[in-house]
Design a protein around this ligand. Structure first.
Ligand code: ADP
Ligand code: MG
Length: 362
């Protein structure tokens, strides 16, 4: 089932008169395709949870509409939307067993929908198998690891065969190793069930690795939507370029003068048909080439080898950050020493931006 957001806006009024209103979601228009896993990605406070809560019905929009396929669900209460919800803090009932937690949503069903205990147990077994916790059914939450607890929460979210699965930072309470494993599990479960899934995270690497599509947000505004690799390769603006990638993209101040782009005192590249102006030059860490004819002279401060790759920490007066981070293969890095170094760049790893952050397409 696809989810469609149409001119969706949520404004939170300031608590007191003098507090300003907050537009947590500002005129969102997008479609989440049937059967896909889409990540809502952005820094804390950018409106991810609010967007998810609008889709689930836990929050009411200030204006705009939400459709599940062609059905307008804007005024449908959460319990009738056919959604499964998973939060960061598992929210399991501590005094209930895993089985009892999983079947909990079924126990409130009324009338014709009501199931016998045997039917509930059979359903619980199916979802427990899917998330691989069949052997833990009699335990209580405190007897489980964080990763296992989150699987129980996912099983509980799946037991009513939801049309949509909504996950709000589901991995944030797990340690690094479990986070990786559980992330792969969620991907597998989503593929196996084919449930349209919205996954909220502030972690760009997590979003990149798990999602079919990214929706990158900042301050209640959508910056870019697309497949992870294409957003990485073609960032629409400086914010997106800086948000995706680790180490972060390197940004330098430059200016155009007489159709040449100059960084500090070097002609970095020709820029035909461009008026004189200031701009930003951004180069991905993997976009540098050691080249004695290169047009960017940096100063190597530190060289860290990690086997396959070498990470060069350098400085440059025009850099926005204190250091420039370069990653090249260890073979290419052989013989590098501290001190001045000349780089050229890979064209598909270098981007230009206006001072406003808007991309300058060449
Ligand atoms: P995220 O999940 O991306 O961290 P949220 O959606 O929780 O962001 O919040 C977006 C913005 O809306 C923030 O500025 C937050 O303070 C504000 N906000 C969220 N919920 C409420 C609320 N119930 N009342 C007032 N402001 C809220
Ligand atoms: Mg949140």
């Amino acid at each position: 089932m696809k989810i469609v957001l149409k001119n969706l806006t949520k404004v939170f009024e300031g608590r007191r008169k003098k507090d300003p209103d907050v537009t947590a979601v500002n005129n969102f228009n997008f479609e989440i395709p049937d059967g896909k896993l889409v990540a809502l990605l952005g820094p804390s406070g950018c409106g991810k949870s609010t967007t998810l809560n609008l889709i689930s019905g836990l929050e009411e929009p200030t204006s705009g509409q939400i459709f599940f396929d062609d059905e307008d669900v804007t005024n449908v209460p959460p319990e009738n939307r056919g959604i499964g919800l998973v939060f960061q803090n598992y929210a399991l009932y501590p005094h209930l067993t895993v089985l009892q937690n999983i079947i909990f949503p079924l126990q409130n069903l009324k009338g014709e929908e009501r199931l016998s205990m045997d039917e509930m147990k059979r359903k619980a077994k199916d979802v427990a198998k899917l998330v691989q916790i069949e052997d833990l059914m009699d335990r209580r939450p405190k007897e489980l690891s964080g990763g296992q607890q989150q699987r129980v929460a996912i099983a509980r979210a799946l037991i009513k065969n939801p049309r949509v699965l909504l996950l709000d930072e589901p991995l944030s309470n797990l340690d690094a190793r479990l986070r990786l494993r559980t992330r792969e599990e969620i991907r597998r479960i989503q593929r196996e069930t084919g449930i349209t899934t919205v996954f909220v995270t502030h972690d760009q690497e997590e979003a990149m690795s798990i999602a079919d599509e990214l929706i990158l947000m900042e301050n209640g505004v959508i910056n870019q939507i697309g497949a992870p690799q294409s957003v990485y390769d073609e960032p629409a603006n400086l914010f997106v370029a800086q948000f995706l990638g680790n180490p972060k993209i390197n940004v330098l101040r430059g200016f155009v003068q007489n159709e040449k782009l100059i960084i500090r005192d070097e002609v970095f590249m020709e820029m035909k048909n461009t008026p004189d102006k200031d701009l930003f030059v951004a180069i991905r860490p993997e976009g540098f080439v050691i080249d004695e004819n290169g047009t960017l002279t940096c100063n190597v401060r530190n060289i860290e080898t990690t086997g396959r790759d070498t990470s060069i920490v350098a400085t440059h007066d025009a850099s926005l950050e204190e250091t420039i981070r370069v990653i090249i293969s260890s073979d290419e890095a052989r013989g590098i020493e501290k001190g001045p170094i000349k780089f050229s760049y890979k064209e598909n790893k270098m981007f230009l931006f206006e001072l406003s952050g808007e991309r300058i397409l060449l």
